[in-house]
Write a protein that binds this ligand. Structure first.
Ligand SMILES: Nc1ncnc2c1ncn2[C@@H]1O[C@H](COP(=O)(O)OP(=O)(O)O)[C@@H](O)[C@H]1O
Ligand SMILES: [Mg+2]
Length: 321
């Protein structure tokens, strides 16, 4: 057991009936950073977090938070952690400030201090104007911010953020990211689950990729991306009758399979080396194949998955984002 680690798990398991939702998870998460826990819906992210937060008993393996066992020393663990939206639940009928004052009081602040802490948090989270509005009238982004504010009334050493930005618009998402950065610079360790590679990329120092209850990759975001190559090249042909010739040329130049879709003018390929792209496009032009549009996208989570597991994620199969 390593006391320098915020979280250490060995062979952590949770089963629901016959289903192993978390299937032997090993994690070593250092203190003072953001650790990203990346995976699609149903991967086992929330179940893992609920065990680490002592809300759910593991069925196998063990885990320590700051050196304390999550089962036998659960009370000590709870003193140092917070889980957004779980421990400190927001009352929709109360205003923002009423909620934060109430939670501060529950956490042991005196009346005046509770008011001061609530006011300070509302300001820090850009919710001053919404302070006197009932939470049920908050936008999605405001709601997510007050949830986080509520979970850090007493600053935890370790904060679990379970998909804090899923469903948020880009502006609100950026605000949440800024909040996370501020927390970490003040010394909190954050375990953040997300379905978005970009989010893990922006915030996390290290990332574990989880799929079907198992960690399938671990590393920095550059390490993960390097394992998938440069990204996906999408090419749109001006004339779809060039399709077969274009496929031959691209697959030869890029040395990879070319994917096609229902749209006969569109081709795509996983590219390992970005410098091959210019060459391949040049070759198309030489053969008088006109390209009306092309893009080289960063690897998406779906692509990371496809490469790591050889399996499509559910979202891709269902044609959702
Ligand atoms: N309380 C539960 N009872 C039965 N199955 C559950 C329960 N909670 C989660 N699961 C199942 O465990 C798997 C992992 O779920 P979850 O940890 O919520 O995934 P994620 O948070 O990555 O989307 C899913 O297949 C889910 O249906
Ligand atoms: Mg979840």
């Amino acid at each position: 057991m390593n006391h320098e680690l915020a979280i250490e798990t060995k062979g952590l398991v949770k089963t629901f009936g016959k289903h192993r939702a978390v299937d032997g998870v090993d994690l070593s998460i250092p203190k003072g950073k953001v650790y990203g826990f990346l995976g699609p819906n149903g991967a086992g992210k929330t179940t893992t977090i609920r065990m680490l937060a002592t809300l759910l008993q593991p069925d196998g393996g063990e885990a320590h938070i700051f050196g304390k066992n999550i089962v036998t020393e659960a009370a000590e663990v709870r003193e140092r952690i917070s889980l957004t939206g779980q421990y400190a639940s927001i009352d929709e009928d109360l205003t923002g400030i009423e909620n934060l004052v109430m939670i501060s009081r529950l956490m042991g602040y005196k009346k005046k201090e509770a008011k001061a802490r609530a006011t300070e948090l509302l300001a820090a989270f850009g919710l001053e104007e919404a302070a006197k509005k009932q939470v049920k009238n908050y936008s999605g982004g405001m709601r997510r911010r007050i949830d986080i504010a509520a979970s850090i009334v007493v600053t935890p050493d370790l904060l679990f953020l379970d998909e804090p930005t899923t469903g948020l618009d880009p502006r609100s998402r950026n605000q949440v990211w800024d909040i996370v950065r501020t927390l970490v610079s003040a010394g909190t360790t954050v375990l953040l689950t997300t379905q978005y590679l970009e989010e893990a990329d922006q915030l996390a120092d290290r990332i574990a990729v989880i799929n079907q209850g198992k960690i399938i990759a671990e590393g920095t975001s550059s390490e993960l991306k390097a394992s998938v190559g440069a990204g996906t090249l999408n090419v749109r042909l001006a004339d779809s009758t060039d399709r077969e010739r274009a496929i031959t040329i691209l697959s030869e130049k890029l040395q990879t399979d070319i994917k096609t879709s229902g749209d006969t003018a569109s081709l795509s390929a996983q590219v390992g080396d970005a410098s091959l792209v210019a060459e391949a496009l040049g070759e198309l032009v030489q053969h008088r194949i006109n390209v009306s549009d092309f893009s080289l996208g960063q690897p998406s989570l779906d692509e990371v998955f496809l490469t790591l597991t050889g399996q499509k994620t559910e979202s891709e199969e269902e044609g959702k984002q």
